[in-house]
Design a protein around this ligand. Sequence first.
Ligand code: GDP
Length: 420
Amino acid sequence: MKSSIVVGLQWGDEGKGKIIDAVSPSFDYVVRWNGGNNAGHTVVVDGKRFPLSLVPSGVLQKKKLLIAQGVVINPKVLLSEIKMLKDAGYPVDLTIDPRCHIVMPYHGALDAANEAWKGRDATGSLHLGIGYCYEDRNNRAGIRLEFLVRPRVLQEELERIVPLKIAIIKKAYGVKTDFTVQSILDEYIPYGKKLKPYLGDVSSLITYQRITHTFLFEQAHGTMLDPVFGTYPFTVAPPTIAGAVFGMVGVPAVPVNVLGVVKAYTTRVGNGPFPTELLDKTGDAIRKTGNEFGTVSKRPRRVGWLDLPLLRYAVRLNGVREIAITKLDVLSGIAVLRVCIGYRCRGKILREFPSEISLLPDCMPVYKQLPGWQEDISRVRRRNDLPKQALMYLSFLERELAVPIRFISVGADRTALINL
Ligand code: GDP
């Protein structure tokens, strides 16, 4: 079992980028397999922040990089990210599957128009059009990367697709549009030319090399944003759970290690259920210390206590074998910590997140209190050097989830890591 999948076990923003950066030296390839540029990873190297939204985080360890067909690509964003990395001295040895779908201007326009239509019930999308790109893929109205690099095919497809998009935006939503087939061609044909050198069959590459090489599969978003197993409908369009990797890449299902990333508390961006949400001063303090503002959106993230029913569910769904806990340093200075150990729901105690989301309004978190610690732990590099209260917090988690902790992250920088 040489290859590994890294998955966030909460609502995203767990700090996966940093953990992927830490583990990627032991792999030959780092593979991004879902999501679009609405999901950002931030890696900090020597004090410099690298916000990555499409290029796999292994780039900062100078690894070979793959983008699998399950990812949707905004070509402008990808090209500017590649340039930013090359300018900073990082080689971008990247192969992109030609089956990947391309985010087009009408996807963003539809996204914005639909969110405005939904008003208070809006999902909280960033209007980047990612969900609409996946919708077109499923509805056989998408533009694949292979079309983008062939101008004649691109033109034929756009002539088939764009008139209906314009009609929907104008007539259904009553919103003006400023694009035409020609304006899209003018912008996108040059993108295709620039991306052509990166094309390669990622599915076949991984399948044939999986015995001789090792692969690290990096997830975007988090388990609870999965469109089926997450907090539907406040979820994302592509699957996010580890088992989906095989279909999203196009490789046979074989055993791989699953490393689950857990933030030491819980956050979520946008609307939707959040049983352990903190709407008080403690929540504000954690948001400030943890710099809980979106990498891409800069929106303040909602903050809450650690939620064991949610984590037990995520551990089970993904088949997690080991855990990386991040942002433990952010909890320093809080006198009493609370951890949700179950939900009280209609006279029962649920140990796991319910399969019926509509039960959540009747679920009240049951908390256990644990003592906090005052010390700054950001310079600690050995588990046993942590304050005893922090050790208690970690052991409690390990016991409750029945999964060993392999990494403890105590700061944003690459070096602020306890590797067990
Ligand atoms: P991802 O999408 O799961 O990679 O998470 P994000 O990049 O959106 O958010 C994680 C943020 O927390 C980034 O700004 C990281 O630099 C930062 N970060 C990661 N680990 C730690 C940590 O242990 N402590 C602190 N203070 N910040 C961290």
